[in-house]
Write a protein that binds this ligand. Structure first.
Ligand code: GLY
Length: 565
């Protein structure tokens, strides 16, 4: 009772100074179908596919390939993806198109032997690439769940690559930021630089004929062309002449995997998200379990009380990520325990309402086993039948290796950096991990991508996911909390200022839009508050309970579009 009174008093005091909800545009609304992606060309590719008789799975294939053409710095056929879908006939599935470590990869391959050795090979070299998985995953999605031939879903991407599109100011800015790296690779130079030797600028047309050719081969011969046909030959010959290790055998062995989504519940909703080798779904459910016990709606969006509780839950969850998570084919991961409500109950005891717990030790989930910017892209599609697809795709960091394989238009991923490349060394995203995520041949690097579908009474209610490395997990969480706990419409839920904590470094990252008093309140609890950009992007769709139909939102931090009909 005393605790309730304390919560009420704290809430009344803080709400006067809190409520950091920035002004935001209205969400898109449509009665029947909706596509929300990080790029308007790709959103239109999905809508065109739906108009032509495709379902949500076909539209997702079209959007993913189109994004590889129009937002190539984030995802593409040289990378990987995760899909979570819920079909109107009740089938639910997850598709794992994650990159795989080649056979010649080894645990210490990126550890410098002498001081003159490069320390960035896991990011910017052909060695940084895992065997790409996106093409195989999209073909599986099309074959198992689509209505249209695979070739038809590829058509908008082929057209965009062939005829080109005017470069958006945002895209020009990204090219400019990475111009040195892109300019030093002949393949990337040919794509992203003009004949006058300058990086392509706003308004220039980006025509990608090599990429169009590779996509046409996919239309003709399917994924086989990529994994054992003409494109495979080009990839292997590039690897052989440029110090890479992906072989014909690695490519031929690549197989996408259809999995059961990881499942949880939150305040009466059912959550479907991405299982391992993503950490995203497990930790999203673990976070929701931890937070379900707090009256977040009452404490208010953006209040120091609710942000503190959410941040503490994030820190505890990422401590577990570093300790326990890795590719389940190589590491025993206590998934059931991590997503167990009873485990969340014990972990929650570590959370103090008044002060921040620095660098907590990981929890002890084994006891509960029954016997949990400019890179990466997320989109969501719902169709008129009620089929729903939530898909996250990536090449890892912006423009990844910066290497484009000549003659193919394929920008090589640098997903090997998602492994622990050296004991104790933080990766690009500042994440540290342990033995569970060390490099082994054939193993998948641990991911944070979290394509998620929230069901209400068995039907899709909210789809969400994002870009931003580990910030994907926390940004997806916040979009869900904002909608379900704080009653925001989907655009506000996506646009509201974010926080992020990932255990190490021991910081609470906050967007500047949070009220200053709130920042001070959190610092007073012991948080080292670090004000900066969100470094995450979310796309989401939510059912409109009043008007019917769907509301959609592309993150206002980016240039995407949510459109329906
Ligand atoms: N490449 C970022 C992730 O999968 O988490």
């Amino acid at each position: 009772m005393k605790l309730r009174l304390l919560i009420a008093l704290t809430a009344v005091l803080l709400l006067t100074a809190a409520c950091a909800i920035s002004a935001t545009r209205r969400p898109a609304w449509a009665p029947s179908v909706m596509v929300a992606s990080a790029d308007s060309h790709a959103t239109r590719a999905g809508l065109e596919t739906l108009r032509n008789g495709g379902n949500a799975a076909d539209a997702a294939v079209a959007v993913a390939f189109a994004l590889g053409v129009t937002e190539g710095y984030s995802s593409g056929i040289g990378g990987g993806c995760f899909v979570v879908l819920h079909m109107a006939d009740g089938r639910a599935a997850a598709i794992d198109g994650r990159e795989v470590a080649p056979e010649r990869a080894s645990r210490l391959m990126f550890v410098p032997r002498k001081t003159s050795d490069r320390t960035d090979l896991s990011l910017y070299s052909p060695l940084a690439a895992g065997v790409p998985g996106e093409v195989a995953a999209l073909e599986l999605l099309s074959r198992e769940f689509g209505n249209l031939p695979f070739a038809e879903a590829l058509a908008p991407a082929v057209a965009l690559a062939d005829t080109g599109f005017p470069i958006h100011e945002y895209y020009a800015g990204v090219i400019n930021s990475y111009a040195t790296r892109l300019g030093s690779d002949p393949g990337s130079r040919a794509v992203y630089f003009n004949d006058d030797g300058k990086p392509r600028a706003k308004g220039d047309y980006l025509v990608q004929r090599d990429l169009a050719l590779t996509l046409r081969l996919l239309q003709q011969d399917g994924a086989q062309s990529f994994y054992s046909g003409e494109t495979a030959d080009r990839i292997v010959s590039f690897m052989q002449s440029n110090g890479g290790v992906i072989s014909a055998k690695d490519l031929a062995a690549y197989a996408p995997v259809q999995l059961e989504p990881v499942r949880g519940t939150y305040r009466g909703f059912d959550i479907l998200s991405m299982p391992l080798p993503s950490s995203g779904g497990i930790h999203l459910i673990q976070l929701l379990n931890l937070l379900e016990d707090y009256p977040l709606g009452y404490l208010g969006a953006g209040s120091s009380e609710s942000l503190h509780l959410i941040a503490e839950a994030m820190t505890l969850t990422f401590a577990d990520r570093a300790e326990f998570l890795g590719d389940p084919a190589f590491t025993v991961v206590p998934v059931e325990a991590l997503i167990h409500k009873a485990y969340a109950d014990t972990l929650r005891k570590k959370i103090s309402r008044a002060s921040h717990l620095s660098n907590p030790a990981p929890g002890a989930p084994w006891e509960f086993l029954s016997g949990i910017e400019h890179h990466t892209t997320h989109f969501c599609v719902v169709d008129a039948e009620g089929n729903a697809v939530s898909l996250t795709a990536t090449v890892n960091t912006p423009f990844a290796t910066g290497i484009t394989i000549p003659g193919t238009g394929i920008l090589l991923n640098n997903e090997m950096d998602d492994f622990v490349t050296e004991p104790g060394k933080a990766n690009f995203f500042g994440l540290v991990g342990k033995a569970a995520n060390e490099i082994e041949p054939g193993k998948k690097p641990l991911s944070s991508m979290s394509p998620t579908i929230v069901l209400k009474d068995g039907n899709p209610y909210l789809l969400a996911g994002g870009a931003g490395g580990p910030r994907i997990i926390t940004a997806t969480l916040l979009a869900i909390l904002n909608a379900l706990d704080f009653g925001m419409d989907i655009q506000e839920a996506v646009d509201s200022p974010r926080i992020h904590a990932q255990w190490m470094p021991d910081r609470l990252f906050m967007e500047p839009d949070h009220v200053f008093d709130v920042q001070q309140q959190l610092a007073a609890r012991g948080q080292t508050v670090d004000i900066g950009p969100a470094k995450s992007r979310v796309q989401a769709i939510m059912a409109d309970s009043v008007r019917g139909g769907w509301t959609g939102a592309a993150d206002s931090r980016g240039i995407g579009a949510a459109i329906g009909f």
